[in-house]
Write a protein that binds this ligand. Structure first.
Ligand code: ADP
Length: 506
């Protein structure tokens, strides 16, 4: 198939979160399976830096195009490069994209996000004509590229170049929708505002909602796990869009994300000191010893440099420090947790209140907890490779990558049963030997603490613990399986497009 993946971020060109991991890895696997996959994203400051430090990827400037915004033509340049067999298009407009962050909501600098991404969405479509390449399907991701199907079904609806292109929207996190004042409607040049500003289109409580545009106009919608696809159809998790999603429930799917098995591989990982696999876990212990020493955590032995007390588990946490990630219930039980014989290593950045709280805890329990702020790929790898357990007490979790990486590294996940965590982690049962982690349902500190205590209990029974680890390490969460599911969805999107437009695709 001819597939265009349109995204606001993709590894290695630009990343703020899991979305970039998905859009970086999926195209590569689809291409290995023989599809003509191309990727398009804006060129940010971050992208430029990556290109400057990787001059072997020569960027070709194709041509300039005009994109109408509020009826005025705005210029951008389409650039092209080959990255691992994939053709990548970078849309260059320095006024919109040459900024320190991708779309921060913290500062006032990004108040033009609606304009930036409506511009980008329209530029993607104009670029296709410039390249004279009409894909079978455009794979959209989140609110930033959600205006694309709206343009296809309004301004371009009778244009033969575009009329057979199917679209699929992946919702990576319903918590981020791209909601803007209705005055931004004029950014949709050439579209009749009265046609789109209605409750069953993109109007959302008097504002415009770009994600809703994708949900309403794309041929197929999916999310990143089957469970999350169900959850977002109920008011508690639907963030105001559950009704629209229920209306599309027959075209709403869930496909669990994969992880890049080359990047995340304990037997080759360049960021970790001692490589290991399921047959040789001794080296995982050496990584643990090394990291605990590095952070001066108490190892429970007289010769901390060379010995570890085998009874003390090391628990890791890597992630955004946001309410979504369950920091509130973790905060409730910090004191009880740290009164247990455990060690904790945290890495993350996010909301100020969690930074303050963690700093306070770190000062009080210096020997037992190491708190690290910032984004640090190398340390993340070392934490996955060294920890015995990995915490993800998320309030909600569309898919979650941390638990999948942990399974690959023989690090047992302790998760709340929500979204993708519920789909991938099953409570370990020592009697049957089935299960790959520890889970809890109720969103409370008490339930979290009980799950950690169950994990710590099994940890003391080394045969059971080894079984739990090997259950996880034997699972396959590489992209291969999920890519097959995406191809099925692309075909469905094309079929749905053919049905709705009556166009016969060869
Ligand atoms: P999100 O909701 O943030 O997208 P995911 O679990 O889907 O959560 O993906 C998060 C990804 O980002 C994981 O690969 C995780 O290891 C990584 N990550 C999160 N925070 C950090 C950090 N502070 N430093 C390094 N990697 C991080």
């Amino acid at each position: 198939m001819k597939i265009l993946v349109a995204t606001s971020e993709a590894v290695p060109f630009a990343k703020t979160g899991g979305l970039a991991d998905v859009t970086g890895a999926l195209p590569l696997v689809l291409s290995e399976k023989g599809h003509d996959v191309r990727l398009v994203l804006p060129e940010y400051t971050m992208t430029k830096k990556w290109l400057d430090s990787n001059p072997q990827f020569a960027v070709q400037r194709i041509n300039g195009i005009d994109v109408p915004i509020k009826g005025i033509p705005i210029k951008c340049i389409v650039q092209e490069l080959k990255h691992k067999n994939i053709t990548v298009y970078l849309i260059k407009n320095d006024d919109y994209f040459l900024r320190d962050e991708l779309y921060s909501t913290k500062s006032g600098d990004y108040e033009d996000n609606a304009e930036r991404f409506i511009f980008f969405s329209r530029a993607v479509l104009k670029m296709l004509r410039l390249k004279d390449w009409s894909p079978d399907v455009i794979h959209l991701n989140d609110w930033q590229t959600s205006p694309i199907p709206l343009f296809l079904k309004t301004v371009y609806k009778d244009d033969p170049f575009y009329s057979s292109i199917a679209t699929i929207l992946t919702v990576h996190n319903l918590g981020y929708q791209g909601v803007f004042n209705s005055s931004e409607l004029e950014l949709f040049s050439g579209v009749n505002p009265a046609e789109i500003f209605t409750m069953d289109r993109i109007e959302f409580y008097g504002k415009i909602n770009l994600l809703k545009s994708g949900i309403v106009y794309a041929d197929i919608v999916n999310t990143v796990s089957p469970k999350y696809a169900q959850e977002i159809q109920i008011p508690e998790c639907g963030y105001g869009l559950d009704g629209v999603l229920r209306q599309r429930s027959h075209e709403l799917y869930g496909i669990i994300n994969g992880i890049d098995y080359d990047t995340w591989n304990p037997s080759t990982d360049r960021e970790i000191l001692h490589h290991y696999n399921l047959e040789c876990l001794e080296n995982k212990r050496l990584n643990k010893l090394n990291l605990m020493n590095y952070f001066q955590l108490e190892t429970g032995t007289k010769s901390p440099k060379i010995e570890l007390d085998e009874k003390i588990p090391l628990i890791g946490l890597v992630g955004r420090l946001a309410a979504q990630k369950g920091l509130d219930i973790l905060a409730e039980v910090f004191e009880s947790l740290l009164s247990m014989d455990i060690r904790l290593i945290l890495l993350g950045s996010g909301e100020e209140k969690y930074h303050r709280l963690l700093q306070k805890i770190a000062r009080k329990y210096r020997d037992k907890i190491s708190v690290n702020f910032g984004y640090n790929e190398e340390l993340a790898h070392r934490i996955y490779a060294s920890s015995d357990m990995f915490l993800m007490p998320s309030h909600y979790e569309p898919c979650g990558l941390g638990q999948l990486i942990s399974l690959r590294y023989g690090t047992v996940p302790i998760v709340r049963e929500t979204g993708g965590l519920a789909d991938t982690i099953e409570e370990f049962d020592p009697l049957s030997g089935i299960g790959n982690g520890f889970t809890f349902t109720e969103y409370s500190g008490k339930a979290l603490l009980q799950a950690i205590k169950r994990a710590c209990y099994i940890y003391q029974h080394k045969t059971d613990w080894q079984r739990c680890i090997s259950n996880g390490m034997n699972q396959d969460y590489s992209w291969s399986n999920s890519a097959i599911e995406y191809v099925k969805l692309y075909r469905r999107a094309v079929a749905s497009k053919v049905r709705s437009s009556g166009i016969q695709k060869l």
